[in-house]
Design a protein around this ligand. Structure first.
Ligand SMILES: NC(=O)C1=CN([C@@H]2O[C@H](COP(=O)(O)OP(=O)(O)OC[C@H]3O[C@@H](n4cnc5c(N)ncnc54)[C@H](OP(=O)(O)O)[C@@H]3O)[C@@H](O)[C@H]2O)C=CC1
Ligand SMILES: O=CCCC(=O)O
Length: 283
């Protein structure tokens, strides 16, 4: 996600400096003219605004607050925008460390996957420093089609987890429908078409349904990240004593899919976990 977002900023004329743990993944950006720095701290000290796009709470914290992390290069007047999907507690910890340097902090997780990232059509769910939000709004508009400012740090993270909780459960329900249709002798491709014309139409079904029917799962949103988001949504729900039984059941299936070696496939591969459960219930 970080690479296409940075690429769009470059195409819009921004002067970009990048860092990634695996340096070779920066090569396409370097060939477009981006500069490379050897640590998040050095990126932060050489840039006015630093965007971070990391896998999970642990890596987002490490890159912001660990040794040679971005916080070490932060100072008054600079801004740090974390666009990773993390929980509200981690976001608050990162925000506290960044603002202790005098810099400003904005959390801004995104809705929208690989293709919207490439096309500059992401949806930003921001919270934190409002003046930094206004300052980076033109950059968000290069990378996205809309942006929400949701108030205090934690609200952007929570909004993102709610949206992905719904998405993860929807995908499981869709997978169940495809398999059930096949079992009763229907063509699952027709199910995809019927759904696409009715009230439960969602781009996700039309986009992923045809390849799911062929048992192909080209990665847009890695399954391991969908399971991470369900895990974080469950913790969020527990923190306010809110039951989310459907999401809890969906989470179990993503965990099974991970154990089947599907962590890096698209999250639509969760259908394979259902197939595995079907097989084991037949024995
Ligand atoms: N893919 C999607 O459709 C969407 C993803 N998201 C969220 O965006 C974030 C990134 O997703 P995506 O780009 O798909 O994920 P990837 O798994 O492709 O990329 C994860 C990034 O995090 C880095 N990373 C992981 N662990 C560490 C670590 N310990 N220290 C330093 N860097 C680390 C990776 O570095 P390295 O290259 O070295 O492995 C890589 O740059 C996630 O939070 C995800 O939930 C949000 C919306 C859509
Ligand atoms: O976090 C990933 C979201 C994927 C999407 O919104 O399509």
């Amino acid at each position: 996600m970080g690479a296409p977002m940075a690429s769009n900023l470059m195409k819009a004329g921004c002067d970009i400096t990048v860092w990634n743990r695996t340096k070779s993944k920066c090569d396409p950006l370097l060939s477009l003219g981006a500069k490379f720095e050897s640590s998040p701290a050095r990126v932060a000290s050489s840039c006015d605004v630093t965007f971070a796009m990391l896998a999970d709470p642990e890596s987002a914290f490490e890159v912001a607050c660990g040794a040679n992390g971005a916080a070490e290069g932060m100072a008054a007047g600079k801004g740090y925008v974390d666009v990773s999907t993390v929980d509200d507690a981690t976001s608050k910890l990162i925000g506290k460390r960044i603002t202790s340097t005098g810099a400003s902090f904005l959390e801004a997780p995104v809705s929208g996957s690989k293709k919207p990232a490439e096309d500059g059509l992401l949806i930003f769910l921001t919270a934190g420093d409002e003046s930094l939000y206004k300052r980076v709004a033109p950059l968000l508009d290069v990378m996205g089609k809309s942006r929400f400012y949701l108030g205090d740090v934690g609200n952007g993270a929570a909004m993102k987890l709610v949206v992905n909780m719904v998405m993860g459960s929807m995908m499981v329900s869709f997978a169940e429908g495809l398999l059930l249709s096949e079992k009763v002798g229907l063509d699952p491709n027709t199910v995809v078409e019927v759904i696409s014309q009715g009230a439960i139409n969602a781009p996700m079904f039309s986009l992923k349904g045809p390849s799911m029917v062929k048992a192909a799962y080209p990665t847009a949103f890695p399954l391991k990240h969908q399971q991470k988001d369900l895990r974080l949504a469950l913790a969020l729900a527990e923190s306010v004593s809110q039951p989310i039984p459907t999401a809890a059941a969906a989470n179990e299936l993503y965990k099974v899919a991970k154990s089947l070696g599907l962590a890096d496939q698209d999250f639509s591969a969760v259908i394979e976990a259902l197939k595995a459960e079907m097989q084991s219930s037949q024995h």
